[in-house]
Design a protein around this ligand. Structure first.
Ligand code: NAP
Length: 249
């Protein structure tokens, strides 16, 4: 039986690419998303490659749902030793128009979700004496207009990561964060739609500002996750890797 990795928000975008990549690296994959059926296509793709995979419907910000999901994964797939906290939402607005619900929703999914998932999975990692946690931060952690909620959540992910690294290191568990810049996914397509710009024009405008001259792809992030999850990264912990096609957000 192979080691088991959990990817949250794995039905699409960065999470789907990460699920496929970790399966190619030799892990069996539990794909958590809000709706189980949405995660099934990625699971089917992974199974077709010969790896085990399981689609699990859960809201990562719901404490009981997280417990149920992790227990089910451990029972049906095996004890999880890799966790990628990727599930995320945006509720962008300028501060004066941002509602308390917009604030709470974003903080709940990213931060509470990563906390609940990490707490539920760590016991399996500690039992195994080995584990890898990778948290999705963002260049928005450095501040971004219209994203008071999201930038606070993504900065919070960095603090959470460093504390997980400190607490869990002695059990053979590393924790690192990846802070993507602009990545072409449904999330950034929604941003383009919100401001009324066709997505291809939005991508071209962003690419013009990025030193490597292109937008990021989900696989660019999956490749970085693959490194943090690998045996070779065992002395790297509590770090934040900006994957943004250049040094600045
Ligand atoms: P995406 O395409 O919007 O995918 C996010 C996934 O998370 C969706 O499948 C979504 O499910 C799921 N999800 C949302 N809330 C959830 C919850 N409470 N419980 C379980 N699953 C939930 O986003 P993405 O662009 O791939 O982003 C993935 C991560 O990278 C996020 O943390 C994001 O903040 C971060 N990031 C992205 C970019 C970028 O440029 N795209 C840049 C920096 C950081 P539904 O489909 O049901 O909503």
């Amino acid at each position: 039986m192979s080691a088991v990795a959990i990817v949250t928000g794995g039905a699409r975008g960065i999470g789907a690419a990460t699920s496929r990549r970790l399966a190619a690296d030799g892990f069996d994959i539990a794909v958590i998303d809000l709706v189980e059926a949405d995660a099934q296509p990625v699971v089917d793709e992974i199974r077709a490659t010969g790896r085990q995979a399981l689609a699990v419907g859960a809201d990562v910000s719901d404490e009981a749902a997280v417990t149920t999901a992790v227990d089910r994964i451990a029972a049906e797939l095996g004890a999880p030793v890799v966790l990628v906290n990727n599930a995320g939402v945006i509720r962008d607005n300028l501060l004066f128009k941002m509602t308390a619900d917009d604030w709470d929703t974003v903080l709940r999914v990213h931060l509470r979700g990563a906390f609940l998932m990490s707490r539920a999975v760590q016991k399996h990692m500690v039992d195994a004496g080995w584990g890898r946690i990778v948290n999705l931060s963002s260049t928005s952690a450095l501040g971004n207009r219209g994203q008071a909620n999201y930038s606070a959540a993504k900065a919070g992910m960095q603090g959470l990561t460093k504390t997980l690294a400190i607490e869990l290191g002695r059990f053979g568990v590393t924790a690192n964060a990846i802070a993507p810049g602009f990545i072409e996914t449904d999330m950034t397509a929604a941003t383009a739609a919100r401001i009324g710009v066709p997505f291809d024009e939005f991508i071209a405008a962003r690419a013009a500002e990025i030193p490597v001259g292109r937008g990021g792809k989900p696989d660019d992030i999956a490749n970085a996750v693959s490194f943090f999850v690998s045996e070779a990264s065992g002395f790297v912990s509590g770090q934040v890797l900006y994957v943004a096609g250049g040094p600045k957000a």
